[in-house]
Design a binder for this molecule. Structure first.
Ligand code: GDP
Ligand code: ZN
Length: 295
């Protein structure tokens, strides 16, 4: 399947065709008994996960995956150690692309002391309070794998998270390690066998239209671009509060009479979440500066 310079796309400053796109194809100009087809149109994307291509001056949007409803953000309790900042980064990227968020904390079988368990449970409560389901699970003991499976029924989801947190292991646990099924469904994307370099759509449950996409681009996905002004709208706990800030375009960093800062002081907003906001905001500002310097 190929694109041509006549391929019509709903978004013109973005990847023309990405994994997960719905397209219209034409077989008319294809050679007899070749497997080729031409993409005539890429349909509008319901959701997307994207980043801005590194080193480009314009803001060309690189689409990593399209039309996946749910982003499952995977972290681990230990090995590698739990870091909430990474979760917040993915939450923003998912929300910016119109996706639903689910969070998993894997490797709970390795938690050796009560203190760590208490800390992780506290984080889980913070995210649940924001409306994101959290599963503390183990791909090894299978604890809470069923709960996650139930959550993903009727959805098409994709896993993101740092290397080594156990994404493959969780997906295998969810699938019941059915390699045959993996092989069959990978053909949906026309890429042959399930290897780490190809994207596959795995069937979690066919009767309910439940799928898990496994794409290398998302696995390695870490950096994305968001403009500093819109960032605050992806921290859901700020939304209602920020209508009470004195300054209309309050960044919630240093302004007087800021409702968000007050809520942080009163411990109504998690200090870690606020720290993530500040970090992402500063990164966004730095990126804008760099871009301005180049032009
Ligand atoms: P990925 O890079 O996120 O896909 O991570 P993998 O699924 O490859 O897992 C990385 C390592 O963690 C492997 O050695 C797994 O066996 C191990 N692992 C994955 N899940 C668990 C778990 O729940 N408990 C323990 N103890 N180890 C796990
Ligand atoms: Zn404010």
């Amino acid at each position: 399947v190929k694109t041509t310079k006549w391929t019509i796309s709903a978004e013109n400053n973005a990847t023309i065709v990405a994994v997960g796109d719905n397209v219209k194809i034409s077989l008319q100009n294809a050679q007899e008994d070749s497997n080729e087809a031409l993409i005539t149109e890429v349909l509008p994307r319901a959701t997307k996960l994207s980043r801005i291509a590194a080193g480009r001056r314009d803001s060309f949007e690189q689409i990593i995956v399209a039309n996946i409803g749910t982003l499952v953000i995977a972290a681990s309790a230990v090995e590698p150690p739990f870091r909430p900042g990474i979760i917040d980064r993915y939450v923003v990227a998912g929300l910016a692309g119109g996706m639903e968020i689910v969070i998993v904390i894997n490797k709970i079988d390795l938690i050796a002391d009560e203190d760590l368990l208490a800390v992780l449970q506290e984080y889980a409560e913070v995210y649940r309070g924001l409306g994101y389901p959290v599963f503390m699970l183990s791909a090894v003991t299978m604890e809470s794998i069923d709960g996650l499976r139930q959550e993903l029924i009727g959805k098409t989801s994709v896993f993101a998270g740092h290397s080594g947190v156990g994404k493959s292991s969780i997906i295998n646990a969810l699938m019941g390690n059915d390699q045959e099924r993996t092989g069959r469904l990978s053909k949906k994307y026309g890429r042959g066998a399930h290897t780490t370099s190809s994207s596959v759509l795995l069937e979690l449950d066919a009767t309910t239209d439940s799928y898990v996409a496994d794409t290398p681009g998302v696995r390695e996905f870490g950096n994305f671009e968001i403009d500093p002004i819109t960032l605050k709208f992806f921290f859901v706990e700020f939304l209602e509060l920020q209508t009470h800030c004195r300054i209309t375009n309050c960044t919630h960093l240093h302004e007087p009479d800021c409702a968000v800062l007050r809520a942080v002081d009163d411990e109504k907003i998690s200090i870690d979440r606020y720290a993530s906001y500040v970090k992402l905001y500063e990164e966004a500002i730095q990126r804008e500066k760099k871009k301005r310097d180049k032009t």
